[in-house]
Design a protein around this ligand. Structure first.
Ligand code: B12
Ligand code: SF4
Length: 442
C-alpha cells in the first residue's frame, strides 16, 4: 500500500498592485523568500505515525503536474491545505479521485469547513491529525474508511513523534520547522491559527524538542530553525528549561510570541543565549481603539497597549530583532492607523514590520460577526484569504480608503531607505544597551 502526503505550500496574494510592490508574507521579499519554501510539518508528523509496512512519500504541490496527476501508485493521498489554497486543493483532490485514488483532507481549512471539503474528499479530518491518523489508516485498510474523523483534544505533545524530515528533498529547503507548543492562552477574534485545532496550550517535552533540533543538525551543519509555534514561552518554567537546553545546541532560530516576553529579563537573556535571532509579535494595532475587544477572554491585548513601545525596545536591546505585526482594517481603526503604524515603526526602530489586512478566515469569530452583519464583500472566496486581499466593509473608513491606504503604507514601510534607517537605529540602540550592561556588570 502507498500513501502520498501532499502539501499545498507556497504563498498567495491576489492583489496585483501589492505584488508589484514586492510584498510577500510576512512583510517583504527577503523573509518571503525564506519562508515560502517551508515544508508541511503537519504532514511530516502524520507520516511519522504511519505504520512501517506502508510505503510513503512527501510531495510539494508544485512538483505535481496538476493537469495530468501522474500515476505515482498511490492508494491514498493525504492533502493538507490552508484556506488560501483551498480551491486548488479541491481541484487536485477531484483529479485524484477521478483516477480512483482515495483522498483524505485535513489541516486548518478542513477543520473549519469540513462539509465543503467532504465534497472533494473521501475522508475529512477535523482538528489535530495525530489522534485519528492511525485509526484512519486502519479503517482504510479494512475498507471501512469513514467520511469524517474528529480529534477530541486529548492528544498530548508528550506523544509527539519525530517528524519524517528524511522524506524531504532537503536541498529544496532553507529552513525547517520545529513545534515546541501548540495553541495559545489567548483568544483573538480573528485568530485562524492553532487555537482552531485545540482549546488547550500544549507544550512539547524539552527532550523531544532537542531531539528534533539534533536531527535537523544532522542534516544541515548550521541550520536556521523556525519554531512553528503560535505563541512560544507562555509556560515560563517550561520555557526556561527548554532555553537552557537549547544553549549548547548553538543554533539560530526564530519564533512567534506575545509581548509579555518583554517583562521577563531572565527569559530574554536566555532566549538571546539560546540563539533566538528574531521574534514575530502580533501587536495588531498601533492605537488603543483598534485593540479594544480583539482578545475575547479578557481584552488582554488592549491592556498591553501602553507598554508596546518600551517592550519592543527592551526585546531588541537583547539583540533579538522584532517583526512587529499590525493588522489594518480592524473595527475601531480609522485612516489615522496608517500613519500611526509608520510612526510606531520609526520611533521604535522596529527591525521588521508585517502589515496585513484584517482577514475573515472561516471558523473565526470575526468571520461570523461580519457574516451576520452583512459586511463580507467576497463571501466564500477562500482564495482571497491571503491576509493581503480585502474581503469586507470596514467601519472606520471606506473599503477603498482601506485598500489604498494599505498599499500606500506598504510602499512607505518597505522603502529601502526607511528599512535601512530603522536597522541602523536598531544597531545604535543595541550598542548602547551593550555598553550599559557592560558598565553595570563592571
Ligand atoms: C509554516 C507556515 C506556512 C508555510 C506552510 C508550509 C506548509 N505547507 O504547511 C508557508 C510559508 C508555505 C505558509 C504559507 C501561507 N500561510 Co502560513 N503559516 C505557517 C505557520 C507559521 C506554521 C504552520 C505549522 O507548521 N503548524 C504546525 C503543524 C504541526 O500544524 P498543522 O499544519 O496545522 O497540522 C496539524 C493539523 O492541522 C492536522 N493536519 C494538517 N494537515 C493535515 C492533512 C491531513 C490529511 C490530516 C489528516 C491532518 C492534517 O494535523 C496536523 C497535526 O495535528 C502558521 C502560523 C503558526 N505559527 O502556526 C501560518 C499559518 C498557518 N499560515 C497562514 C496563512 C494565511 C498563510 C498564507 C495564506 C500566506 C500568504 N499570503 O500566502 C500562505 C498559504 C498559501 C497556501 N499555501 O495555502 C495562516 C493560516 C490561516 C488559515 N486558516 O488558512 C497561519 C495560521 C498564520 C496566521 N496566523 O495567519 N505558511
Ligand atoms: S495571541 Fe496570536 S495566536 Fe494567540 S489567539 Fe491571539 S492571534 Fe491567535
Amino acid at each position: 500500500m502507498r500513501v502520498g502526503f501532499i502539501a499545498m505550500s507556497g504563498v498567495r496574494v491576489q492583489d496585483a498592485e501589492l505584488m508589484a510592490l514586492g510584498l510577500t508574507l510576512p512583510g517583504f521579499v527577503e523573509r518571503g523568500k525564506v519562508i515560502a519554501s517551508l515544508p508541511s510539518l503537519g504532514l511530516l508528523t502524520l507520516a511519522a505515525l504511519t505504520p512501517d509496512d506502508i510505503e510513503i512519500s512527501y510531495h510539494e504541490v508544485d512538483d505535481i503536474d496538476r493537469d495530468t496527476v501522474p500515476d505515482l501508485g498511490f492508494d491514498l493521498v493525504a492533502i493538507s491545505t490552508m484556506t488560501a489554497q483551498a480551491f486548488e486543493a479541491y481541484e487536485l483532490a477531484d483529479r485524484f479521485r477521478e483516477s480512483g485514488i482515495t483522498v483524505v483532507m485535513g489541516g486548518l481549512h478542513a477543520t473549519c469547513v469540513p462539509e465543503q471539503c467532504a465534497l472533494h474528499a473521501d475522508a475529512v479530518v477535523v482538528g489535530e491529525g495525530e489522534s485519528v491518523w492511525v485509526g484512519l489508516i486502519e479503517d482504510f485498510r479494512n475498507g471501512k474508511l469513514k467520511g469524517r474523523y474528529e480529534s477530541d483534544d486529548s492528544y498530548c505533545l508528550d506523544d509527539a513523534p519525530m517528524p519524517r524530515f528524511d522524506l524531504l528533498e532537503i536541498e529544496k529547503y532553507n529552513r525547517l520547522t520545529v513545534q515546541t507548543t501548540r495553541g495559545c492562552p489567548h483568544k483573538c477574534d480573528f485568530c485562524a491559527s492553532s487555537i482552531l485545532l485545540t482549546k488547550g496550550y500544549k507544550v512539547k517535552p524539552t527532550a523531544k524538542v532537542i531531539a528534533e533540533i539534533r536531527l535537523i543538525k544532522s542534516i544541515w551543519e548550521n541550520p536556521f530553525i523556525e519554531l512553528a509555534d503560535d505563541n512560544s514561552f507562555m509556560s515560563k518554567a517550561k520555557a526556561y528549561e527548554l532555553l537552557e537546553a537549547m544553549i549548547p545546541e548553538e543554533i539560530c532560530w526564530f519564533t512567534e510570541c506575545d509581548i509579555s516576553i518583554a517583562s521577563d529579563e531572565k527569559l530574554l537573556g536566555l532566549m538571546a543565549k539560546a540563539g533566538c535571532r528574531q521574534v514575530l509579535i502580533g501587536l495588531e494595532s498601533p492605537n488603543a481603539d483598534g485593540l479594544d475587544g480583539i482578545e475575547t477572554n479578557n481584552n488582554w491585548k488592549l491592556k498591553q497597549y501602553s507598554k508596546y513601545e518600551e517592550a519592543v525596545c527592551r526585546i531588541q536591546s537583547h539583540g533579538i530583532t522584532v517583526i512587529g505585526c499590525f493588522v489594518l482594517g480592524l473595527d475601531g481603526q480609522t485612516t489615522k492607523a496608517f500613519d500611526a503604524v509608520y510612526g510606531f515603526a520609526k520611533r521604535t526602530n522596529l527591525y521588521d514590520v508585517q502589515v496585513t489586512l484584517a482577514t475573515p478566515f472561516p471558523g473565526t469569530g470575526f468571520y461570523r460577526r461580519l457574516e451576520n452583519a452583512g459586511r463580507l464583500t467576497h463571501p466564500g472566496r477562500w482564495d482571497r484569504c491571503t491576509l493581503f486581499d480585502l474581503n469586507f466593509e470596514p467601519t472606520g473608513m471606506s473599503y477603498d480608503e482601506l485598500r489604498d491606504g494599505f498599499r500606500d503604507l506598504v510602499g512607505r514601510l518597505y522603502d529601502p531607505r526607511f528599512v535601512r534607517a530603522r536597522r541602523a537605529g536598531f544597531l545604535r540602540e543595541l550598542r548602547s544597551a551593550g555598553e550599559f550592561r557592560a558598565s553595570e556588570s563592571a
